[in-house]
Design a protein around this ligand. Structure first.
Ligand SMILES: Nc1ncnc2c1ncn2[C@@H]1O[C@H](COP(=O)(O)OP(=O)(O)OP(=O)(O)O)[C@@H](O)[C@H]1O
Length: 337
């Protein structure tokens, strides 16, 4: 049987018509009669399947097409072409039933009512989704506890700091226990402690309820902390879809391992130990050596080979951060896995 996907998109495409105006009065007159436009393909035939319970990072440079994708996935925009099922629904056509199955947190937009106490907003959402008290209470008590927002419940939203508001937004998005959560820049502008609290919380709801999470962010450390899979978009096309670790192996570039061994060892011995792996050894004197690793060689494999025959006193691994790797891929723009 075909697995039930939270998100199942095939050839998903969105085009926008952008009207161009011609200069001068005559141009304006001609525009009236015959407007010229050009077509921007913001999302260009993407195939994306996400299984229930996955936490996926959706990344790309400004203008890559992330927001446009999310707007189609959440039913705000109708695709120009392609097939789309989210939680089994056509998000645009079956919007009313569909939105009950998703939660959305968009950094810039609030779903809380500005002038009323946070608690009242939650209660209103409880009514909107018709959730019985006996279900609402234990569920929300737990969420309020983990997000540490108990002391904020009586305050109006406009009095909250950004970090406090974001935690309340997350709680609000989960009132109806959605099976799929869309998060757009959930930790932007937040301090390290609040970021960590939010990440911890997301890990917990994913494990406890099996919630699928699609996370759009420019903060690669969010992806490192949360996502087992990353989908990278460039000019409306998916250029990478796979585990973060694979991205490191394929695109990590040249890495080095610096070791100090317990005794002087011939370079030939080190070469023999790492035979078959693309590693070049260099001596720095006094039992210190550097291993230069080519793309695709895992640091752990090199170390595993070494420890079979030599004693290691100290190790230092130098490799590109995920942030650097992602920047490099954007620059090259063709990281197809
Ligand atoms: N309503 C619209 N009308 C015309 N063009 C649009 C519209 N919305 C988006 N675009 C264009 O589509 C492309 C993709 O935009 P989109 O907002 O999806 O990118 P993004 O990856 O979310 O960028 P960012 O990280 O800046 O939010 C851009 O070229 C943008 O100018």
């Amino acid at each position: 049987m075909r697995p039930m996907y939270s998100i199942d998109a095939k050839g998903l495409t969105k085009e926008f018509r952008v009207y161009q105006s011609r200069p001068g009065l005559l141009g304006a007159f001609r525009d009236l009669l015959n407007r010229k436009y050009r077509v921007i393909r913001a999302v260009d035939g993407i195939d994306l399947q996400i299984e229930q319970g996955e936490v996926v990072g959706y990344i790309g440079e400004n203008g890559a097409g992330k927001s446009t994708t999310i707007k189609m996935l959440t039913g705000i925009l109708q695709p120009t072409a392609g097939e789309l099922r989210v939680n089994g629904f056509d998000p645009h056509r079956q919007r009313e039933a569909f939105v009950r199955t998703i939660g959305v947190v968009f950094g810039q937009r609030s779903q809380l009512w500005w002038d009323i106490a946070v608690q009242e907003s939650f209660r209103l959402l409880q009514k909107v989704y018709r959730i019985p008290d006996e279900e609402y209470r234990p569920h929300m008590d737990h969420i309020i506890d983990v997000l540490q927002i108990g002391p904020l419940l009586d305050q109006p939203v406009r009095k909250l700091s950004l970090g406090q508001r974001m935690r309340c937004e997350l709680a609000a998005a989960l009132v109806h226990k959605p099976s799929l959560l869309f998060l757009d820049e959930p930790t932007i502008g937040l301090d390290v402690l609040v970021k960590e609290n939010i990440r911890q919380f997301l890990r917990e709801i994913n494990q406890r309820y099996g919630t699928t999470v699609l996370l759009t962010t420019h903060d690669i450390s969010d992806i490192e902390a949360l996502c087992s899979r990353v989908v990278m978009l460039d000019e409306g096309k998916i250029i990478y879809d796979g585990p973060l670790s694979q991205l490191r192996v394929q695109w990590g570039g040249h890495r080095k391992i610096q070791v100090e061994l317990d005794r002087e060892t011939a370079l030939e011995t080190l070469d023999r130990l790492t035979e078959g792996l693309a590693v070049r050894w260099e001596s720095r004197g006094a039992a210190r050596y550097t291993a230069h690793l080519e793309n695709g060689v895992e640091v752990s494999r090199v170390l595993a080979r070494l420890v079979t025959e030599v004693g290691i006193k100290e190790i230092q691994i130098e490799e590109a951060s995920t942030e650097e790797i992602v920047r490099r891929i954007y620059q090259e723009g063709n990281a197809r896995a």
